[in-house]
Design a protein around this ligand. Structure first.
Ligand code: COA
Length: 264
């Protein structure tokens, strides 16, 4: 398995750690593939009752690897935008598999949790977070939308008004400032409290029957029309990848300049 993702089996817990510290845990396709493998491995391992997903101390993840967009013309040729729908499908597929695994999943979040990273934790069942963590979906500041389930799942979790605010502004928030949105199960003050809350939740989950947990999860998730949302995200994004503003935003990320959006 790639060292971009670390796994550890600790009693009933399968721990998955994002591990790309030099790039703030920015998520590229290799990391996503390794993450998918880690989920499959958890399903196959004997005695696993809970999956815990975390980043490094002080850092969950800065979201999608923006530099990967620059490699698309080399990889797919001048008509690279035509292939982006398939790339979106591949990324969505990983988080859909995460969401549908019958084991309970807990995301333990600190530092930064932006864009694709927030989309990933929203595909988990429960989220624990440090109060000063910066969270947000900055995709619209790149000329695109959250298309890996973020638009659909955020709306389902926090409601239309708050989802529109977070997605349409692309702003960063502290977890503490959105503590009453229902995005996080617990917002805690320090790492000791984060660990204690994780241990408590694992212990409580271990008291419940695994088959019942899996069924409860499927029923609760079955109440929302996730698949239709994912299709809409993929459709909208395939238009936006062709826009001049998206190209401008990626160039601006590389040069650390403010993008000049023209609405085309
Ligand atoms: N994609 C690719 N590389 C990223 C990245 C991302 N999303 N986020 C950080 N990196 C890289 C930086 O380019 C830098 O690489 P370098 O050392 O080769 O120059 C390295 O990680 C360190 O990042 P830096 O910005 O110097 O760290 P910081 O601690 O000052 O800031 C963040 C942290 C998270 C605030 C900042 O990195 C950031 O805003 N990242 C982009 C977040 C984003 O827009 N994500 C995409 C959402 S759609």
């Amino acid at each position: 398995m790639s060292d971009l993702i670390l796994t550890a089996h600790k009693e009933s817990v399968w721990e998955i750690t994002l591990n790309r510290p030099d790039k703030r845990n920015a998520i590229n396709l290799d990391m996503m593939t390794a993450f998918d493998d880690a989920i499959t491995a958890a399903m196959r391992a004997e005695g696993v009752r809970v999956i815990v997903i975390k980043g490094l101390p002080g850092l969950f993840s800065a979201g999608i690897d923006v530099t990967a967009f620059l490699t698309m013309p080399d990889k797919y040729g001048p008509q690279w935008q035509r292939f982006m729908r398939r790339v979106t499908d591949d990324f969505q597929g990983v988080l859909t598999r995460l969401e549908r695994i019958e084991l309970p999943t807990i995301a333990v979040i600190e530092g930064y949790c932006l864009g694709l990273a927030l989309e990933l934790v929203m595909a988990c069942d429960m989220r624990l977070v440090l109060a000063d963590t910066k969270v947000g979906l900055p995709e619209t500041r790149l000329g695109i939308i959250p298309d890996v389930g973020g638009t659909t799942r955020l709306t389902r979790i926090v409601g239309v008004g708050r989802a529109k605010e977070m997605i349409m502004t692309g702003a960063h928030y502290t977890a503490e400032s959105v503590a009453d949105w229902g995005l996080f199960n617990y917002v805690v003050a320090d790492q000791a409290a984060l660990q204690a809350k994780t241990d408590w939740l694992v212990n409580e989950l271990n008291q419940a029957a695994p088959l019942a947990i899996g069924m409860a999860k499927r029923v609760i998730d079955g109440l929302g029309d996730i698949d239709r949302g994912l299709q809409l995200e993929g459709w909208a994004q395939s238009q936006l990848f062709r826009s001049e503003d998206f190209g401008e935003a990626v160039q601006s990320f590389m040069t650390k300049q403010k993008p000049n959006f023209k609405g085309k």
